[in-house]
Every structure is written in C-alpha cells, then in structure tokens.
Design a protein around this ligand. Structure first.
Ligand code: SLL
Length: 255
C-alpha cells in the first residue's frame, strides 16, 4: 500500500466583518484530498493511457456539504475546459489522460462560514513509485494527503448548522473536553437539495482509500473522551446516591 502523504494543518484566516462569532470554539474538519489512477492496459491510446479520479473527501467519509459549497479543480491546459467546477458532494472529478501534472484544488465554503476559499495543490500520480514493476489495470496508484480545515471562533449561524454534523470535531479552549458531535442526521438547508447523499462511505473506489493515522487517532480520542465523560457522570450519580444515604443515616441516628 502506498504511504499517505501527511500535510500541515491549515489555520484559515478569518474575513474581517461584523458577523457574530462563537468565542473559545474551534471547529476542525478532517479532510483527505488526492487521486486514484488506473492504467488502461489494452484500452490505452496515445492520449489516454490512464483513467483517474481526483477528490476532496471527509477523512471519516462523511458528507462535506455542510461546510463546502463547491470545489474547483484546475487541470493542465492540455485538457478541454481545464477549469472544472463541482457544485455538490462528493467533490470529485473523473478524467483520463497520458501525463502527470499538478492539479489546483480550490475549496469554496458556504457564505455563513465566513472564510476565504482554501487553495490546495495535488500532484496527479499515474505511475507507481517503483517503476520497475509491471503496471496493472487492477491495482491503482493512490496518492492522498490528510489535512484538517480549522475554523477558529466560527460565526454563530455556521456553528448552529454544524450541530449533529459527524465530519466536524468541535473543541472549546475553556472546557477541558473535545466534543465529537453525534452522528445523527444533519439538519442543514445547505444539504437539503441533494438528491443523493454526498458521503463517500460506499464509494466505488472506497477500497483504495488510504488509512490516515491522524484521522483514526482523532476519532479514538473523541470516543475515549466521551467514555470518560459518561464514567464521570455515572460516578457523580453514585456519589449523589451515597450522600443522600449518609444524610438519611445521620438523621435516623439523631432520632
Ligand atoms: C507531462 N508536464 O509532460 C506534464 C503534462 C499533461 C497531461 C501532462 C491531456 C489528456 C487529454 C493530458 O493527459 N495531459 O488531452 O485528454 O507529463
């Protein structure tokens, strides 16, 4: 399996405007962007030796429609209409070609997110790193990068829409815990017009998606925190019961 390329965290600059922001809150959306390419073998011709897909997905394969409005993929000028706009999740593009190049990926957020578009670049890889081995039409070349889009002090409207949205991790600078929002259905008008779900859980290329240790780590930390929180709650309840018993015993001893 190819190694996942690990990127740096993006702290997005906030736009200067008067929208009300939620203080002491940070929202992190773990994403993965990359390409999967298959050699066409006998079906290859001079201009099309490979078919490939470029995408931006949630690291947990959740629907990104709550945050992302559209993604623009900028292809090499040798392609027809090299600026490709994808307006609905899943944010992906299928193509075929003969050469490797740098794909520009611009991620546009919904208006209430209050952030400028995010510029990413991804190198389309067609040939395996170990070029001595034979090319295969069955096993693709996969290149992915993991990142976290961080929204610091999000606008109130955006934060409200994110409730019950499973692809986002909300953390507070003041409260000690990170709250991983529950996986209930998201109620957000931004996603309501979708005919189909924009998640990538049953994606046809899903078997080739890479595992990213940071994403796994993040969900296990969130799960562990939730477990600790519920243990604390239970212990507090037990303590309440014991304290009531002590009070009762004291008062009956006095009687
Ligand atoms: C290279 N610098 O020389 C790169 C350029 C361009 C690839 C690669 C076009 C396919 C089509 C295509 O694959 N361009 O025309 O449909 O390797």
């Amino acid at each position: 399996m190819p190694q996942a390329v690990v990127g740096k965290k993006y702290g997005i600059k906030q736009m200067e405007n008067a929208i009300k922001r939620v203080k002491d809150i940070e929202i992190s959306v773990p994403i993965v962007y990359g390409t999967i390419s298959f050699w066409l073998g006998k079906k290859a011709d001079e201009l099309h030796s490979h078919k490939w897909t470029v995408y931006v997905r949630s690291a947990a394969n959740e629907d990104l429609c709550v945050v992302i409005k559209k993604v623009v993929f900028q292809l090499h000028p040798s392609f027809n209409n090299p600026t490709r706009v994808v307006e609905a999740a899943p944010f992906e593009l299928n193509e075929s070609g003969w050469g490797e190049f740098e794909i520009g990926i611009t991620v546009f957020f919904h208006g209430d997110v209050g952030e400028k578009p995010l510029e990413l670049f991804h190198h389309l890889k067609l040939y395996p790193v170990d070029e001595s081995g034979p090319q295969s039409t069955k096993k693709p070349v996969v290149m992915e990068a993991y990142d976290e889009i961080v929204f610091n002090e999000p606008p109130e409207a955006f934060f409200a829409r994110l409730r019950n949205y499973p692809a986002a991790v909300v953390s507070s600078h003041t409260a000690s815990g990170t709250v991983h929002l529950s996986a209930d259905a998201a109620v957000s008008t931004e996603c309501m017009n979708e005919k189909r779900s924009g998640d990538t859980k049953d994606h046809p290329l899903g078997q080739w998606f890479l595992k990213h240790s940071e994403a796994d780590e993040l969900s296990s930390i969130a799960a562990a925190r939730q477990q600790v929180q519920s243990q604390i709650m239970k212990l507090k309840q037990d303590l309440d019961v014991l304290e009531t018993e002590v009070l009762q015993l004291k008062s009956s001893a006095r009687a």
